[in-house]
Design a binder for this molecule. Structure first.
Ligand SMILES: C[S@@+](CC[C@H](N)C(=O)[O-])C[C@H]1O[C@@H](n2cnc3c(N)ncnc32)[C@H](O)[C@@H]1O
Length: 218
């Protein structure tokens, strides 16, 4: 396996996201993990799970959870979180590139949280299509990420500054691609998903994070 790009970020990722957003990122990632979208017994895959407290949240609510991540440093922190929960949870950990996971049509829900933003624009349709293929027909794809900079000029400026601060940190530490915030909803519509829900999570009164849920229809 190649060098772990998250060797530096891995141990501090969640602490950094706390400094950056308080509880807002966690709230955003959990916003679709409840009924009617997710029920006990549902199979959920978390692509690029990172520290994955939201995957633990889903498992604590009875979901059958698979987490996938390329980074051992991130998965070490994820395992620490599971151990800290002190519970026996139905969680399978897969240390792999998501593109090598070919359990097609097997999941009731597949999530990509703060995951698509790692990729250059040209790759987004491929990454999204792969997540869709892992989902059963009728199941849900959930994408949570930075909100598209919209609204009045001040709100737009705040959102752009917020995003570019984050992506520059990730570019410097992990080699992530630098780009504007992607229009995840439009990519999901273009990929043929039937959009069913969206949740907005504010920071300092500004809509900073969004979670979109679309159903696989074919
Ligand atoms: C920005 S972090 C987001 C982590 C987590 N989903 C969250 O929202 O806090 C992106 C994660 O995706 C993982 N990752 C990057 N490329 C991947 C790939 N091709 N397959 C699986 N995981 C990948 C990284 O190791 C990292 O843990």
């Amino acid at each position: 396996m190649k060098k772990d790009k998250y060797w530096l970020m891995g141990p501090v990722y969640d602490a950094l996201s706390w400094v950056f957003a308080g509880n807002a990122i966690y709230q955003c990632k959990c916003s679709m993990l409840n009924p009617p979208h997710l029920k006990a017994g549902d199979k959920v895959l978390f692509a690029g799970v990172g520290h994955g407290k939201e995957a633990i949240y889903a498992a604590e609510r009875g979901a059958i959870v698979t987490v996938v991540d390329l980074s051992k440093a991130m998965l070490d922190k994820f395992r620490e979180g599971v151990a800290k929960s002190g519970k026996t949870l139905d969680i399978r950990v897969v240390h792999s590139d998501i593109f090598k996971v070919e359990e097609f049509g097997q999941y009731d829900m597949v999530t990509g949280n703060f995951f698509l933003n790692l990729f250059p624009r040209a790759m987004i349709p491929d990454v999204l299509n792969h997540l869709i293929k892992l989902t059963r027909v009728g199941g849900s794809v959930v994408i949570s990420d930075f909100a598209l900079p919209q609204g009045n000029p001040l709100a737009k400026l705040f959102k752009n500054l917020y995003w570019y601060t984050a992506i520059l940190i990730f570019w410097a530490t992990t080699g992530a691609a630098i780009h504007p915030v992607y229009d995840y909803k439009q990519y999901m519509i273009d990929a043929g998903l039937d959009m069913k829900d969206e949740k907005h999570t504010p920071v300092l009164g500004v809509d900073a994070y969004t979670s979109f849920l679309g159903k696989r229809v074919a």
